[in-house]
Design a protein around this ligand. Structure first.
Ligand code: ADP
Length: 286
């Protein structure tokens, strides 16, 4: 990290920086642990042209979740641009690998987050899923929202990228008629939006934190679908969660249809290795 940025951070924090070390694991930005004699902070920086916008949206998502007082997010301390490099500075969470009790707490607190509701599906602003844009135009019907704001834009992108053919992409009418019977009595719930195992941390004292959100109001099972996409979380997480949000006879079908969105995103971001999973869900339901 350059010395000018270091001295700016030191001014923002009003503390002298004693150590800066890289943090690995992110796939979009550079990340650092910033230490002072009494505290530790986490910094993400990126010089791509839309990085400042991405960080502002990330900071907004972290703050919206934080304000619900249901599950913690790292406190955001600054979000700015310096010498053409955008940065996001927040509290550093000293994390550990989760125990079964930690997973139970995570399941409980996620269910509390999902109790936060709204009049419509979507959000007052668009955001990103990974590095792809995610449109959140508000809609009072979940079938319409999930069709036009989630599946269709990713299907369109996959077609443009020649990852799916026109024949493989279902029409809007076809999608809606499948979803109509499955999406009944769905209430908007505040979602993390990208809840894979790299997007939560358990602090050393056992407190769950959500990071890197892609928030919007949607069906609560969308977050659960993402947790299950690559291996799944510990069973104590699901036991606690499902004691608060009951499954019904269509839950497992909906989970697959919600996973389709994330698989399309992976297909569009990372290419053909996701084609098989996308194609089998498309064939099964549409
Ligand atoms: P990217 O957006 O580039 O994918 P991430 O937000 O996933 O970056 O963060 C990169 C790494 O930093 C991950 O391993 C994550 O666990 C860790 N991390 C993220 N936020 C914090 C934080 N506030 N405190 C400590 N570590 C964090």
């Amino acid at each position: 990290m350059n010395n000018d940025l270091k001295s700016l951070l030191s001014k923002i924090l009003n503390e002298s920086i004693t150590k800066v070390s890289p943090v690995h694991g992110g796939d979009i930005s550079k990340a650092f642990k910033i230490e002072t004699s009494n505290n530790a902070y986490f910094l993400k920086s990126n010089n791509v042209s839309n990085a400042s916008n991405m960080f502002q949206i990330e900071a907004y998502g972290l703050q919206v979740i934080r304000k619900t007082n249901t599950i913690k997010t790292p406190k955001v301390l600054a979000c700015d641009t310096f010498q053409n490099v955008a940065f996001l500075l927040m509290e550093f969470i000293d994390s550990k690998s989760p125990s079964s009790v930690d997973y139970k707490n995570l399941g409980y607190q996620l269910a509390q987050l999902h109790q936060c509701t709204s009049d419509s599906f979507g959000l007052d602003q668009d955001n990103f899923i990974g590095s792809l844009p995610q449109s959140n135009r508000q809609n009072t019907t979940w079938v319409d929202f999930y069709t036009t704001e989630r599946l269709l834009p990713q299907l369109e992108l996959a077609k443009q990228k020649q990852l799916l053919s026109k024949n493989e992409c279902p029409s809007i009418q076809n999608i809606k008629s499948t979803l109509e019977s499955l999406f009944t009595n769905i209430k908007p719930a505040l979602l993390h939006g990208d809840l894979w195992s790299g997007n939560y941390l358990i602090s050393k004292d056992g407190t769950p934190y959500l990071i890197d959100p892609a928030i919007y109001y949607g069906h609560h099972e969308v977050d659960i679908a993402m947790t299950k996409l690559f291996g799944g979380f510990d069973t104590s997480f699901y036991e606690t969660y499902s004691s608060l949000f009951k499954n019904d006879e269509n839950t497992s079908t909906r989970i697959e249809i919600y996973q389709l969105y994330y698989l399309l995103v992976h297909l569009n971001l990372f290419g053909r290795s996701y084609y098989g999973s996308v194609s089998s869900i498309l064939k099964k339901y549409f």
